[in-house]
Design a binder for this molecule. Structure first.
Ligand code: FES
Length: 111
């Protein structure tokens, strides 16, 4: 696993997200109301809605296209719908506010 600095806490509004790229994948990095950060694939498993543009409520995001509810902790779509999105481990440097994504060696290029 490698650790990549992708943004800072101050660059993400509370209950909003920031989009970063990992290779050819888009990742939505969310800042929750309790100050924690979660990172998930920025593509709804239903019809590809941008989850970064969804409404955050607690530890879930609602897809902006058809309102599927997706867990930010585990990436699972909530019933009655089904599916999941990839999640990424995140670390935050409490002193600097730097947000790091932890990724495997194969996923190298972040922009
Ligand atoms: S594309 Fe996300 S709920 Fe339809």
């Amino acid at each position: 696993m490698r650790r990549y600095a992708v943004t800072t806490l101050s660059d993400i509004q509370c209950q909003r997200s920031r989009v970063v790229r990992l290779g050819d994948e888009e990742i939505a990095v969310f800042r929750l109301s309790d100050g924690t950060v979660r990172a998930i694939e920025n593509r709804c498993p239903h019809k590809g809605g941008k989850l970064s543009e969804g409404i955050v409520c607690g530890r879930y995001v609602f897809c902006p296209l058809h309102d599927w509810k997706i867990g930010l902790d585990d990436g699972r779509v909530q019933p009655p719908d089904e599916g999941c999105v990839r999640t990424y481990p995140v670390e935050v440097d409490e002193k600097t506010g730097t947000v790091y994504l932890l990724v495997s060696e194969r996923s190298a290029m972040i922009s």
